[in-house]
Each structure stands twice: as C-alpha cells, then as structure tokens.
Design a protein around this ligand. Structure first.
Ligand SMILES: Cc1ncc(COP(=O)(O)O)c(C=O)c1O
Length: 497
C-alpha cells in the first residue's frame, strides 16, 4: 500500500508519537488526502517493523484529534472534514491558498479535536419525536422564577462589575454546602471555582494539568468533549473499557508512565449509565494515589437519581484532604444548558492555578447569572425544582421502559436507568453494524434515536441506542418506541414480538 512508503519517522521520542507526527505531517502537506484509506494496522506495523499496538495507539489518537475516521469494517481513512491541502504537484492558485488558515500545530490539533467531538452530537435535523439526550425543555416554573429574580438582581449596582474569577462568594458557599449534604464532598467555599459549563472546567483542567505527550485516561465508551479537551492540550488519550459496573479498574495501566489524569463519570457513566460500584471506587482512588494521578470526576447529572439514597461522590470518599481528586458538577442538566454555569471542587493546592486560568480565560463567569442561581439555591427554590424534575423524569423513564418492553420485548436490554435523563437500550440480537441502518430507518419515520457507538473509541461488541427523555413527553414516548420497533423489524428482517 503506497502511503506506507512516505511515512517517515523522525526518531524523536516514543514510536507511537513519531508515527502520529508522521501521519499529521503527511496530512498537512497533502501527501495523504482527505478520504485516503490508511493501511491496516498489521500491515503498517510490519512495514515499520514495530508492534501493532504502536500503530493502533497512533490511529486512535488521530481519530480523537479528528485527522482520521474509523469506518466499521471498511478501515481507517483520512478525515473528509479536513481541508484539502494542495501538494507541490498541484497548480493551486493564490485564491485557494488564501483560504487555508495559518494555524500553529497546537491550533490545528485543537481545531481538529473539537470539530470531531462537536460533530458527534451536533444536531443537524429536528425530529417530530426526538430521543436526543443531554437536553430537556426548560421547566416553566423555574423560568418564571428566574424572570422575577433577574429584575431583582438588576437593582443591585454591584452586579454590573467584574467579580472574583473563582466566582460569586455566595454561590460558591451554597455549592460547598450542597456538596457536603448531598454528595459527601468536604470542600470549603474557597475550594470551589465557578466555570462556564463543565466544558470550560475540563478545558482548564487540560490546560493546567496536561502537556505534550502526557497521557490522559478516559472511559471507553465515554464523553468525547472531555477527550477533545485533553487531545487539544497535546495529551495522548487512552481509553479504558467500561462494563455494567462502570470503568474497569483492572484495565488501568499498572506502570503509569506519564499518566497525569483519569477522567470518570462514576455516578451515571456517560453514555452507558452504569453506576460505579463501591469496590471499584476504592480501587480507582488507590490506583490514582499510588501514581500521583489526578482523578477528574464529572458528576454531570448526579442530582437526578430515581431510587435509593444519593450515592456518595468519588470525591466524598475521604475527609476532603485528597490532593488527587477534582470534582466537577454542572447546572446544564439540573437547570438548562444555556445557563453555562458549572463548578469545580478542588484540592487546596490547585485553587490558585485554577483561579488564574479562569481569570485568563474570561475574567470570571457572568455575575448576574451566578447571583440568580445563588438566590434560587438560598431560597430553597432550587431544591423544589429538583424534586419536580425527579417526578417528571421518573414518569418519563417508566413510560420509556414500559414502551420498550411492549414494543420490542425480548429483543431489548435496558440499562443505565437509575438516574439522569437517558437510558441505554442494548439490542443484542442486531449486528452492531446494523445500528446505523436502524437509526436511519427511524429518521425516515421522523424519530431521532442515537447509536451508543458514536461515543466509543473501540468498536462495541453489542450495539445499542441512547434514548434521552428530556425532550419527549409520556405520550410521544410510546408512539416513538412504536415507530422504533417498526424500524427494528425492517432492519432485522423479522417480527420482534
Ligand atoms: C458527560 C457530560 N459531562 C458534562 C456535560 C455538560 O457539560 P456543560 O456543563 O458544559 O454543558 C455533558 C453534557 O451533555 C455530559 O454528557
């Protein structure tokens, strides 16, 4: 296969990093063009006289960064989303050249990583019935409450200036108190930093904690926006498998050279919904402590739990003295995404660095919005709102489970439904490769469903759908699942009941 001939390794650093650079170089100079198929990993490993793992690692990293695309059973290709770079053999006129932005290597890496991650969940179409996850329509009562609070907050002249970059003191105090009471996290007000969404929190973590060639461990399948932030900071992102109990600690590398952090969603694993067992929580913590690695715990929908007591956060396993634990919570699910407010609970040692990074990024989140949320919390309105959401979503979750049972029966295995706003419908009888056909067949019936595989680094052995119930009411749920079952019949070629 020709491209092998042109990949020149520069002999600097680990071989997977050399190979990654060589491929990026070949793509950037137009030697490898968008849409070109790369050699199979075994073949390239033979040609380069290295282990297949090295090639696998390089391909995985470049898929994350958006340079390459993996297509099931077809191979690995240079991403078609990349601008086509003219080779020296091309007669590219000045107009073509002007359209290529002169980005730094880091800038290109950032653009590609973000573009790839963004494309995964970017909504390109609206459906009559949409099981999109991670979103819900705003609660009318909380919107009314906010409107009234907003008018009041505007009367305070101090709400119009710059605040402290770490956030409004009152909001941070409310959050610290809530984290102690509901998640068992013993951090003080000074250890809370407010950010613009969990995404900014992850981006700041990446900027402060990761450098070129460092390794960041993530769940696989997992949250692509976290992976993108880590890849953009120059880290090599390594997937750790997830099963029904969450991330598998026995798959964590024993010798963790340059492993700087581990990113996890223990309360409701994204996307499988698994709850990390207590035994595994302790093993993760022991593993991280022994290696001095940070554990970033993303508790994105931890407020929404449908039965049993709230589970203690991973960051709540000790008395607050753990120097490796970084906890992140967000108001994107409990209120709505556009509020763009989230918070970090940090070890004391990290606070000055995070405050500085936050100041540099944007001087601090909107003071007005922070005060609105502070007042919602202080008046107990936030708690009442969460209780209303729990009632509404319990009813929807139960309606969804009943509908799946009714229309798909034994062909579906429901998982991850103990919390949050989505569950997973595993479809073990369907070839995983047919899930994309099922998604397309549902789209023909004006129903939006989403394959879990889009969040995976390695191909999944069983295919499944993530079904969100934030945007569908009980009646639409039944009709949506009825259409899903019709599409399933069409794709699987048999009656599912
Ligand atoms: C795993 C995970 N973390 C965090 C978030 C929320 O991020 P943000 O607060 O930036 O909206 C999401 C949103 O879908 C998510 O799925």
């Amino acid at each position: 296969m020709e491209p092998i001939m042109v990949l020149e390794l520069d002999g600097r650093g680990p071989r997977y990093a050399q190979l990654t650079r060589a491929i990026v170089n070949a793509v950037s100079t137009g030697v490898l063009r968008p849409g070109t198929r790369l050699p199979p990993t075994r073949q390239l490993a033979e040609a380069l006289d290295c282990s297949r793992n090295i090639v696998l690692l390089a391909y995985e990293q470049l898929i994350l960064e958006g340079y390459l695309d993996a297509r099931a059973r077809a191979g690995t290709f240079v991403s078609t989303g990349l601008p086509s770079t003219p080779t020296t053999g091309d007669r590219a006129g000045p107009r073509t050249r002007k359209r290529i932005a002169a980005l730094s290597r880091g800038g290109r890496r950032l653009t590609n990583a973000a573009r790839h991650a963004w494309s995964i969940t970017r909504r390109t179409r609206r459906f009559e019935i949409d099981f999109m996850y991670g979103q819900c329509e705003p609660d009318a009562r909380i919107v009314g409450q906010l409107r009234r609070e907003f008018a009041r907050a505007m009367r305070d002249p101090s709400a119009f200036g710059y605040g402290h970059p770490a956030g409004d003191e009152g909001l941070r105090a409310e959050i610290a108190q809530r984290l102690r009471g509901t998640r068992g996290i013993m951090r003080t007000t000074d250890q809370i930093v407010i950010t613009n969404g969990a995404q900014q929190a992850l981006d700041i973590c990446a900027r402060l904690l990761l450098g070129d060639g460092d390794r960041a461990l993530v769940e696989d399948p997992g949250y692509e926006a976290a992976r993108a932030a880590f890849a953009a900071a120059g880290a090599t992102v390594v997937g750790v498998p997830v099963d029904a109990e969450g991330i598998d600690p026995s798959a964590l590398p024993r010798r963790a050279a340059r492993v700087r952090l581990l990113y996890v969603t223990p309360s409701h694993q994204f996307p499988t919904g698994a709850i990390l067992s207590a035994a595994r929580r302790h093993r993760l913590r022991t593993w991280a402590r022994a290696r001095g690695a940070y554990v970033i715990e993303d508790d994105y929908d931890g407020e929404l739990r449908y039965h049993g007591l709230p589970i203690k956060a991973l960051a709540g396993l000790d008395d607050g003295s753990d120097v490796n634990s970084i906890y992140c919570g967000t108001f994107a699910k409990s209120l709505f995404p556009s509020v763009r407010l989230a918070y970090l609970a940090l070890p004391e040692t990290l606070v000055p660095a995070f405050e500085s990074a936050k100041w540099l990024a944007d001087r601090g989140s909107s003071l007005l919005l922070q005060r609105l949320v502070r007042d919602l919390m202080a008046t107990g309105e936030y708690d009442r709102h969460i209780r209303r959401m729990l009632r509404r979503f319990t009813s929807r979750r139960d309606a969804l489970a009943r509908a799946l049972e009714r229309h798909l029966g034994g062909d579906v295995r429901i998982a991850g439904d103990a919390g949050g706003m989505h569950l997973v419908a595993w479809l073990p009888s369907l070839d995983p490769i047919d899930i994309d056909r099922l998604v397309a067949a549902c789209a023909d019936l004006d129903v939006g469903v989403y394959s879990i595989a889009r969040h995976a680094l390695k191909p999944l052995r069983t295919g499944g759908l993530i079904l969100g119930y934030g945007l569908v009411d009980d009646a639409a749920i039944d009709e949506g699942v009825r259409r899903l079952a019709a599409a399933y019949e069409r794709v699987s070629g048999r009656d599912s009941r």
